[in-house]
Design a protein around this ligand. Structure first.
Ligand code: ZN
Ligand code: ZN
Length: 352
């Protein structure tokens, strides 16, 4: 049994569960190392079992650690090993992952089991990054920064957003893979926080927002920078400085014990003073790890509190419709009494 599974077992006792069914593949990877596309885990107070199908019979011999592994039919839910659930009365399920169809299949086979829809317990465990996990996130971030610096020399009038996005993804593939579809948004497209790179050609005076992240050995990084092609107009300059100030004010208060919503509020207040708060419509940041978006959430309505071991982004943005936008995103690691910024690319306004 490994440490992660043991920690989950301790949670089961606190949650008054006899067992917990893990159906999220990312959670399964975190608990036992399996990286395939079909798996399920049953963790009881004393045992841990992993299930997959024939296609992964060989892979699991080297990959799966800390629990027993069994090969079932491809539809793991229809061929659920009912005998493994003997003595399990209260079974927790991941309510944010288990589909209704699969739930129905389980319920038909397990008439005596009481299913308890649970919050994502493993996702909560995943918040606290180990030194090894942190190293992988830093490695992914360094790769992201290398690719970003390489790309700067390609930013010229006439180049399309798509050209730049393809080049970024190509370079990521050398060391890992893109952690999410890269965002390259220029001019008025930069007013859309999640714009998709298209055929728009860069022009002088454009702001260009790059949101990019690489994944190495499962772990993601996430960074955003907005640069300018030629001199920006005075309004966009003011926007840039205001976003940067908002980010700095949020970064200054980040430490364990601080409610996540207060960090969001620090950035929002700063933009309010600059008269730009109405253009900041998304949350300030999110956890990063095996998923690009994980816990905790740095948002207005968050009920979470920052803890040491968290890796979170801080990414205020201001989006002026039909004109452009600026977002600046860094990733930080929560130390025992503050935070360590994992992003080393300069945030000084860059005019190319
Ligand atoms: Zn991002
Ligand atoms: Zn982000």
């Amino acid at each position: 049994m490994n440490r992660r599974i043991r920690t989950l077992q301790k949670m089961l006792a606190r949650e008054k569960l006899d067992g917990f069914l893990v159906t999220s593949l990312t959670n399964i990877r975190y608990l036992c190392g399996f990286t395939g596309s079909n798996g399920m885990m049953l963790v009881t107070r004393t045992k841990a079992m992993f299930y997959t199908d024939f296609r992964y019979q060989e892979q699991i011999k080297t990959e799966v650690k800390g629990c027993s592994a069994r090969v079932l039919e491809r539809d793991l839910y229809a061929s659920f090993p009912v005998e493994d659930l003997k003595n399990i009365r209260r079974l927790g399920v991941e309510k944010t992952h288990l589909t209704l169809a699969r739930f129905e299949l389980l319920r038909q086979q397990l008439k005596k089991t009481k299913f308890i829809p649970c919050r994502d317990l493993v996702l909560e465990l995943r918040r606290k990054k180990s030194p090894e996990e942190l190293q992988l996130i830093i490695k992914a971030q360094r790769m992201t920064e290398r690719v970003f610096r390489n790309i700067l020399s390609l930013i010229k009038p006439g180049v399309t957003e798509k050209d730049l996005a393809m080049e970024i993804e190509f370079q990521f593939r050398r060391a890992g893979e893109p952690a999410f579809p890269v965002i390259v948004a220029s001019g008025e497209n930069a007013a859309k926080p999640h714009a998709r790179p298209g055929g728009r050609r860069l022009r002088r005076g454009d702001c260009i927002t790059f949101d990019l992240g690489c994944r190495i050995d499962g772990y993601a990084s996430d960074m955003t920078r907005t640069v300018f092609l030629g001199s920006p107009d005075p309004q966009m300059r003011q926007v840039y400085e205001a976003v940067l100030t908002a980010q700095q004010e949020a970064l200054e208060i980040i430490k364990p014990g601080v409610p996540c919503k207060l960090v969001d509020l620090a950035a929002r207040d700063s933009l309010l003073r600059a008269g730009l708060a109405q253009f900041f419509g998304h949350g300030l940041g999110h956890g990063v790890g095996l998923d690009v978006h994980e816990q905790p959430s740095l948002a207005k309505n968050s009920t979470q509190t920052l803890e040491s071991g968290d890796v979170v982004t801080v990414e205020p943005g201001v989006y002026i419709p039909d004109k452009g936008g600026v977002r600046i995103e860094d990733m930080v690691f929560l130390t025992r009494n503050g935070c360590l910024n994992l992003t080393s690319v300069s945030k000084k306004m860059l005019i190319l």
